[in-house]
Write a protein that binds this ligand. Structure first.
Ligand code: FHN
Length: 711
């Protein structure tokens, strides 16, 4: 390609030539990534360096020259088959729906006479020049929806910034959590002594061995008697911490008290603890805290603040204790809070307190939050401190156990995961994850912006199962070579790739190749930036060839995978990676389904995890806190809109607006019940005059000072 024939030279030549004499510019197919047959796209767009960024520079130039811009879409493009030269045509029949995250929209009737005619090529046969520049008075280019203009120029996605669940807490204290990515979870207690067996009964593989007391309703007296036998003579805090460090783990969370009520540290609040109750007489939590500090690992504790099967007033044991006689507040005041106070005052600075199983009320949960804030203001609190079905407290959210979110979360998060299928040791559970699976999970989690808290379940004598040790060493070997692609990275705006996953740090995109491409070419679709360099993380000096074709960067790999689980390559870009926002497309008679995943949020609206194990949008309290979807509408017509949301009593009566193509639909929130009870409401109709890309937005109509609704 000669200098003069580069896409950028061509585009500037075209601009220079064609702007003269016209007072408007119409961009057909201005959205370059809508999965069209390449022949139906103008070279101008396909080849333009920077894609939409290139369009933006045209936009700037137009503004400078007083040229108006419209974006328009060929009505047939959305039904053009890949690989086909001719656009196909779908007749609009029946009802279409569009769903908004739970918003559904469907055209009640489609007028076939307004449908595009099969075989007609429309403007596609025109020359590029005549396509781009039209007088606004021309019929064909009349802008049906000036709103479309915004699409190409306003919204792009770059790395997803994460927030603390409570923004007031964010003042720099999330930094280590955001950077460190990988932690060791340790479930260890008297249940480890039982190892999944009680009186000949076995905990089924696939369920939690640490729940054995509850599962077999073991009487408190019997369990307490058994706990006397815990004597971890092989426990060596330095070795445990060294293992965590070798694996690349940066923080360590030990169960100071699990649901069985037994304290694995020297508690003054209850004699039922490892120092006073067992022949061991040592405090492993203390030893671990010291070993962690020496090794530079952040020390953290797990504390089951609500559940306690030993305490007559605690939650969960209804086989020994009469539920009606329980005084839960007494348990909180006499055991749970005093023990938490001990942990916060006698074990040095804690990275975080890992609460579990929620709390009966958010008022009680706030008391625990307060306690932590008062005694150790920099200590983080996980989201499980608060109740189920309530707005989440804590500095970050934990997914469900072993949970893997689909992506797009905008709050700090972590997922606790097992190495086999239990947290506490079970002699029966041999369903171990391979090192490869562990590495893939790590990369997937980190690529979605989260932290991986990987559990080990040591035996009662203090031995860590050999297979866990081996897996963590393998993970560590991989981390040794590749940790640059893990620590300090942020969520990748690129979607999941068929060959692996991506992580991002600043201007670098790390390509984690799980399956080596047969033709030795790695395809990375969707990046809008210029690629400055490509290389293997292990060999930065050897640059790899990259070409961009139809919006896809193709990297020619050399040699073979250097790591059978994940070989990492790096793309150095001209800035943080930028991609187009996801576009929701419409099947011929399938409703749009607009949920949290392809949504783009603005203002305070945030995509979050809820304790139901689902994801939603919340924290939008006033105008500007918007949720927005980019829709590719294939058929003009009237669309019926339904919205599905959950709203507690406090949200009742909040007004909101749904806007598309300049038409607002107004809604008033109806309370759906406490917790996350979703209901669907009919919102009326929106008229879409022509197919193409549209933006649909939802936002509160006024400032309410509380959440509009859970969407
Ligand atoms: O019930 C516990 C379980 O035993 C384990 O501690 C896990 C770890 O995330 N948390 C609870 C269940 O979610």
């Amino acid at each position: 390609m000669s200098q003069d024939d580069t896409p950028s030279a061509r585009s500037s030549k075209m601009r220079g030539r064609e702007f003269g004499g016209y007072d408007s510019l119409v961009l057909w197919h201005a959205y370059p990534r809508i999965g069209l047959d390449a022949r139906n796209q103008f070279d101008f767009y396909r080849d333009m360096p920077g894609g939409l960024a290139g369009l933006r520079s045209i936009s700037d130039e137009c503004h400078a020259r007083g040229v108006r811009i419209y974006i328009d879409y060929n009505p047939w493009v959305t039904s053009t088959r890949r690989g086909s030269n001719e656009p196909t045509c779908t007749r609009a029949t029946g009802k279409k729906k569009m769903m908004l995250g739970a918003l559904f929209v469907m055209p009640p009737t489609s007028d076939a006479s307004k449908s595009p005619q099969c075989g007609s090529r429309g403007p596609l046969g025109d020359t590029v020049a005549s396509m781009f520049f039209k007088n606004v008075s021309s019929n064909r280019i009349r802008p049906a929806a000036p709103l479309l203009l915004a699409i190409g120029f306003t919204f792009q996605l770059t790395g997803i910034p994460l927030r603390a669940a409570n923004p007031a807490d964010d003042a720099g204290k999330m930094e280590w959590f955001q950077h460190d990515k990988l932690g060791m979870f340790i479930h260890w207690g008297p249940y480890s002594y039982l190892a999944g067996e009680w009186n000949g009964q076995h905990i089924p593989v696939g369920t939690e061995a640490e729940w054995i007391m509850q599962r077999f309703n073991i009487p408190v007296a019997d369990y307490r008697e058994m706990a006397h036998h815990m004597n971890p003579v092989h426990f060596n805090a330095t070795e445990w911490v060294a293992l965590a460090k070798a694996a690349g783990m940066k923080y360590l969370v030990i169960t100071a008290k699990h649901h069985d009520g037994f304290a694995m540290y020297h508690s003054q609040a209850s004699k039922y603890n490892i120092v006073d109750w067992t022949p061991f007489k040592r405090d492993p939590v203390k030893e671990l805290s010291e070993a962690c500090r020496q090794a530079g690992i952040r020390f953290c504790v797990y504390y089951s603040h609500r559940e306690d099967w030993d305490d007559p007033d605690g939650y969960g044991n209804n086989w020994d204790y009469d539920r009606s006689k329980k005084n839960f507040s007494r348990y909180l005041e006499n055991k749970s809070k005093p023990q938490l106070r001990e942990l916060l005052t006698s074990y040095g600075p804690l990275g975080l307190v890992w609460f579990d199983r929620g709390m009966d009320t958010n008022e009680h949960a706030r008391e625990f939050v307060e306690l932590v804030h008062t005694l150790q203001p920099r200590c983080l609190i996980n989201g499980r401190v608060g109740g189920y079905g309530q707005d989440l407290l804590g500095d970050y959210q934990d997914m469900n156990d072993n949970g893997m979110p689909t992506g797009g979360l905008q709050e700090y998060w972590e997922t606790p995961q097992t190495l086999n299928t239990t947290w506490g040791y079970s002699k029966f559970d041999e369903q171990w994850k391979t090192p490869g699976e562990v590495i893939h999970r790590l990369v997937e989690i980190v690529g979605k912006g989260g932290n991986y808290l990987l559990n080990i379940g040591p035996m009662a004598d203090g031995t860590i199962p050999g297979i866990s040790v081996a897996t963590l060493h393998k993970l560590g070997e991989w981390m040794q070579a590749n940790s640059e692609s893990i620590y300090g990275t942020t969520a990748s705006p690129l979607r999941e790739q068929s060959w692996g996953r991506t992580t991002v740090k600043g201007n670098h995109v790390y390509l984690h190749v799980f399956s080596w491409p047969a033709d030795g070419k790695l395809r990375v679709p969707g990046l809008k930036n210029a690629v400055l360099d490509a290389y293997a993380l292990a060999a930065p000096e050897r640059k790899l060839g990259v070409i961009r074709e139809n919006g896809t960067d193709i990297i020619t790999l050399s040699g073979h995978a250097t790591d059978q689980n994940d070989t990492v390559f790096v793309l150095r870009l001209d800035g943080p990676p930028v991609v187009d926002p996801p576009t929701v497309t419409q099947g011929s008679d399938v409703p749009f389904e607009l949920d949290y995943l392809p949504a783009v949020t603005a203002g305070k609206a945030v995509k979050r995890f809820n304790r139901d194990g689902k994801f939603h949008i919340a924290k939008w309290t006033g105008p500007g806190d918007k949720v927005r979807w980019h829709l590719l509408i294939s058929q003009a017509g009237e669309y019926r809109v339904h919205i599905r949301y959950a709203a507690p009593a406090e949200s009742k009566g909040n007004q909101y607006l749904i806007t598309m193509a300049g038409q607002p639909l107004k809604g008033s929130v109806i309370a759906t019940g406490e917790g996350y009870h979703y209901r669907t409401f009919d919102m009326g109709t929106l008229r879409i005059r022509k197919p193409g890309l549209q933006i649909l937005e939802v936002e509160p109509a006024a400032e309410y000072g509380h959440n509009l609704m859970f969407f």
